[in-house]
Ligand binder design. Structure first.
Ligand SMILES: [Zn+2]
Length: 351
């Protein structure tokens, strides 16, 4: 079963979301507080938009707005619920991250740190609060999926897959994906989780955190590790110890396009299917599309539509339809708007 083919519900949060798009047509808001067990929750409020870096950094604060304008233009805002994000609690963030690292981020501004890592991830005003908000939105979505209020979530500003348990990396402060996976285990008792990543960069923060975990079913299609940050995700990295064989890394040469992605996807699907995951976490970075300023793959948005359609089908088959989608990377605003809107369209039923 796909998500949200039925009743259109809008939450109070939609008011704030539409207020952020004053140039767009406003639509009538429905009664607050109602939920549809099959709907999709879209997390895209003003707080999430603020996660970004200043001074022309590729991960600026305008990415969510570019996505939302496309969502509105395609008529999809009417088909999703839009709950508020919230700031994650410290004890929630430390389900994945070390206490020491979380404390370091929390005090980074007062200590005058300029960088959280070797140079990609600057300290910015409100860095702790804004990073905790990305995690909190993901946990709010997870809670709603797990208690049956919705089947799927989409969060464009999220999917921060480079952050490790004890460090920032690659524009990623807190790894919302890792916190979701740990929360599934520690709070909800779900162990066999599929993590699927089509961002052009390897999801190293997730991969190495769970490299020896046999119940984290990992599949990641990315640009050849010899040609792009972070330089990991070789095809012979398949998991360690009891987890050997549970991780699939597929590398595509620079300038590969849809013709290379599609057969790679078939390998991903066979891999995921073999383990029958109970929950799907989907990092759908848009930086593999042709024209991204930071990478050299040449996908069209058809890649994201295809992957999302198949993830929804797999989740329906194995996981009661439970999918959480995260935007991840993507630095060409036209590309990210099209790719992520295609993903959202598939989540709500192939619009
Ligand atoms: Zn990326």
């Amino acid at each position: 079963m796909k998500c949200a083919r039925r009743t259109v519900i809008k939450s109070v949060a939609a008011t704030a979301l539409l207020a952020a798009l004053p140039e767009l047509a406003r639509t009538e808001l429905a009664r607050p507080g109602q939920e549809d067990e099959n709907n999709v929750n879209l997390y895209a409020d003003d707080k999430l938009a603020e996660y970004g870096f200043p001074d022309g950094h590729p991960l600026g604060i305008d990415r969510q707005g570019a996505f939302l304008r496309e969502v509105e233009a395609r008529g999809l805002l009417d088909k999703v619920a839009t709950p508020h994000s919230r700031e994650a609690l410290r004890e929630e963030i430390t389900r994945f991250h070390s206490d020491e690292y979380v404390a370091r981020v929390a005090t980074a501004e007062e200590q005058g740190l300029s960088m959280l890592d070797g140079g990609d991830t600057p300290v910015f005003p409100g860095v702790y609060r804004k990073s905790a908000c990305v995690v909190g939105a993901a946990l709010d979505g997870l809670a709603r999926v797990m208690d049956g209020q919705c089947r799927c979530t989409m969060q464009a500003i999220g999917g921060l897959h480079h952050a490790g348990r004890g460090h920032a990396a690659g524009f990623c402060v807190f790894n919302d994906l890792g916190v979701v996976i740990e929360t599934l285990r520690q709070v909800y008792g779900i162990r066999r989780v599929a993590y699927l990543d089509i961002d052009v960069h390897h999801g190293d923060g997730v991969f190495y955190a769970f490299e020896d975990d046999p119940d984290l079913i990992f599949a990641d299609i990315h640009q050849d590790s010899r040609t792009l940050y972070p330089g990991s995700g070789r095809e012979d990295e398949t998991g360690k110890g009891r987890a050997a064989g549970t991780k699939l890394n597929i590398e595509l040469p620079p300038f590969s396009g849809d013709a290379a992605f599609m057969p790679a996807w078939e390998r991903v699907e066979a891999h995921l299917r073999a383990f029958e995951p109970e929950f799907f976490v989907f990092q759908c970075g848009a930086d593999g599309l042709k024209g991204d300023p930071l990478a050299q793959l040449e996908y069209t948005p058809a890649v994201h539509a295809h992957a999302a359609r198949r993830v929804v089908r797999l989740a329906d088959e194995f996981a009661g339809g439970r999918v959480m989608a995260f935007g991840g990377g993507g630095y060409n605003r036209t590309n990210l708007a099209r790719a992520w809107t295609d993903v959202l369209g598939e989540l709500v039923g192939g619009v």
